[in-house]
Write a protein that binds this ligand. Structure first.
Ligand code: PGA
Ligand code: ZN
Length: 424
């Protein structure tokens, strides 16, 4: 009997950072074991794989008892005996058992929890770090620590203020290594806190879902200006610290117009607004500038400013190779935001990662607004040498779990560690 063969698979519900239940799974072999939790989005893309919710009275309809039962009663027995080191076989077995396009039979939350737990089980059996195991899966050598994309002002569906855009980020891409970049992020976070408190009162330092401040402002330039001020107060330059936006534009697109900064503007005017912002501020990355179905609008924005900055596709591609290949063909963006739970298995996420890389695109590994203390994506970012990670503010445990794991990985890699994305 192969000692790496899966002996037991088990799931339970646990709580995420928004007090909503999510799925945690365990996978055990004769050699090791692993456990993982799945995150959950708020501004989810329409074409994401299905997150199965019970829809009953408990947890306001958000229970995951069916997804948990699917792991325990429908998935577990079919995985027993499979070699845990064969991630693709484990994932393909679950895809086959589900049999739908969007994982609606078993739930992407059920399937992904097992996929991630299996990777941990295999790496523990092999006595390898998770990032080393994931690098092996991609037939690569882990060495690149990612630029942390830190979301320090929250808006959109993640906050109770009037900002239309969802995320205002700092990208310390000009720092010399990951730990210096994280330190800069934490210092700027504190400078911003002081600045917002002085300017708008102490209610302005309440935080949104991803740990960034949610000040009572509703103007895009005002938010960017506050961040520029915080960077200056902290003593950093615009060579060291760039800005990033996740517009999550689907969430403020209504009846053909973008509702932003007290106005209702056309897609053409929205595109030129991005152009102006890029002239006024050191912006290096804009995510989801247009509505998720507007591939042509994405193409126009990329054509206009994509040579200078990164245009990241999240809701538009949903880590799905079909949508991504259309995006690559149309030149609708130049970078992929990769979220495991948009697609449901590590194997399929790797397919999307490779497709983006082959097209010469940047890739940023991302958390969700509803997160857990699981730091899996930190290992994933280094394991696949993605070069960028988006995992919220440098605050709140479910966000710092990832950043702190990256500090440990940087230490483990020692002299071998590289930092960042040269194309950013
Ligand atoms: P979500 O937000 O997890 O709520 O979808 C994150 C993002 O849009 O990148
Ligand atoms: Zn997004």
């Amino acid at each position: 009997m192969n000692n790496f063969a899966i002996k037991k698979v088990k799931a339970r519900w646990v709580l995420d950072s928004r007090s909503t239940p999510t799925v945690e799974a365990e996978v055990h072999s004769g050699k090791g074991s692993g456990r993982a939790m799945v995150p959950s989005g708020a501004s989810t893309g329409t074409h994401e794989a299905l997150e199965m919710r019970d829809g009953t009275k408990e947890f306001h309809g958000k229970g995951v008892r069916n997804a948990v039962d699917n792991v325990n009663k429908k998935i577990a027995e079919h995985l027993e005996g499979i070699d845990s080191r064969n991630q693709e076989q484990v994932d393909r077995k679950m895809i086959e058992l589900d049999g739908t396009d969007n994982k609606s039979k078993l739930g992407a939350n059920a399937i992904l929890a097992v996929s991630m737990a299996n990777a941990r089980c295999a790496s523990s059996g092999l006595r390898k770090e998770l990032f080393e195991y994931l690098a092996g899966m991609n037939k690569d050598d882990a060495k690149v620590l990612p630029v942390p994309m830190m979301n320090i002002i929250n808006g959109g569906m993640h906050a109770g203020n009037g900002l239309a855009m969802q995320e205002f980020m700092i990208l310390p891409s000009g720092m010399k290594n990951f730990s210096e970049a994280l330190k800069a992020g934490a210092e700027i976070y504190h400078s911003l806190k002081g600045y917002l408190k002085e300017k708008h009162g102490k209610g302005a330092i309440n935080v949104g879902d991803e740990g960034g401040f949610a000040p009572p402002i509703s103007d895009t330039r005002q938010a960017l200006g506050a961040i520029m001020k915080a960077i200056e107060i902290s003593g950093y330059s615009s060579n060291e610290i760039k800005l990033g936006l996740d517009a999550a534009a689907s969430s403020f697109f209504k009846e053909g117009l973008y509702h932003i900064d007290g106005k209702k503007i056309s897609p053409e005017d929205m595109a030129s607004f991005y152009g102006k912002l890029c002239e006024e501020y050191p912006i290096a990355s804009i995510e989801d500038p247009m509505h998720e179905e507007d591939f042509d609008g994405f193409r126009k924005v990329t054509e206009a400013i994509g040579r200078k900055i990164q245009i990241l596709g999240d809701d538009v591609f949903v880590t799905n190779v079909k949508r991504l290949s259309r995006g690559i063909e149309m030149k609708a963006a130049n970078a992929l935001l990769l979220k495991l739970n948009q697609v449901g298995t590590i194997t399929e996420a790797l397919d999307a990662f490779r497709m983006a890389r082959k097209a010469g695109w940047n890739v940023a590994i991302s958390h969700r607004s509803g997160e857990t203390e699981d730091s899996f994506i930190a290992d994933l970012a280094v394991g696949w040498n993605a070069g960028q990670i988006k995992t919220g503010a440098p605050a709140r445990g479910e966000r710092t779990a990832k950043y702190n794991q990256l500090l440990r990985i940087e230490e483990m890699l020692g002299k071998k560690a590289l930092f960042g994305d040269t194309k950013l």
